[in-house]
Design a protein. Structure first.
Length: 231
């Protein structure tokens, strides 16, 4: 069964290859600022199992692990999971963590199996993000939270000379990664289509260091950050 669009299927191999090119670490060690906020939210709501979907090469895992006894790092890329393993080893977190190969469109996790989900820098790369969000909501327990972002049109990537516009608000980058950017009203439409209700939608700006082999300069991101609580 074809679970995702062809572009999303093809992206899985592209991502895996990018982590080889990125050698030790594609995204850099500093966690994104919202990881610590999400971690506190998960801890305050009594989360036992938190999932970082997708975990990439693991920059957000140690911070998220502080918010729950068990942390799952999930990603479609085996190479990313290997890099995450090293981060967990260095942080002394192997006993608290499980790394799983998993597709956000079809996780195979039972209904309500997860207490908190951090979903960073994934939805903008997906052709059908509302399908993935419905899957994340399915596996979230009632009372649990999802913290997820989608880039705005003010995000640095829009102005990157390597980006090729393929349709309004939609680009391919130099790795052929699909990147969709969202206006505030698009977020409302996305949430409606996903069947999710957000407690808040915040505008977040943060600076990231260069990602050698991918984006070789310090850059400013801008995202909508959705905090979703399942009823
Ligand atoms: C931009 S990275 C973000 C990683 C991490 N959240 C971070 O902030 O560093 C996007 C990640 O999504 C993963 N990915 C792409 N398609 C996926 C899918 N359908 N399901 C799960 N992970 C996917 C890629 O392998 C990649 O690691």
């Amino acid at each position: 069964m074809n679970l995702t669009s062809q572009r999303d299927q093809d992206a899985i191999a592209l991502w895996n290859h990018a982590y080889v090119n990125g050698a030790d670490n594609l995204w850099g060690d500093p966690p994104v600022p919202y990881a610590s906020k999400a971690s506190r939210l998960f801890a305050d709501s009594g989360a036992f199992i938190v999932m970082d979907m997708p975990c990439g090469d693991g920059r957000n895992l140690p911070v998220l692990a502080a918010g729950a006894p068990i942390i799952i790092g999930a990603d479609t890329s085996e190479n990313a999971l290997s890099l995450s393993q090293r981060i967990l080893e260095r942080a002394g977190l192997l006993r608290a963590a499980t790394l799983l190969s998993m597709n956000a469109y079809a996780t195979n996790i039972p209904d309500a199996g997860i207490d908190g989900i951090f979903c960073w820098d994934l939805l903008g790369h997906l052709v059908e993000p509302e399908r993935a969000m419905r899957e994340l909501c399915r596996i979230l327990r009632p009372g649990g939270h999802i913290v997820a972002n989608m880039w705005t049109m003010g995000d640095c990537q829009v102005a990157d000379p390597n980006m090729r516009e393929i349709s309004p608000k939609t680009y391919l980058d130099h790795f052929d990664f699909y990147c969709r950017f969202y206006e505030r009203e698009d977020i409302d439409e996305f949430l409606r289509a996903s069947g999710c209700e957000a407690l808040s939608v915040d505008l977040a700006r943060w600076t990231e260091p260069p990602h050698p082999g991918y984006r070789n300069y310090e850059h400013d991101h801008e995202s909508w950050v959705m905090t979703i609580k399942k009823h």
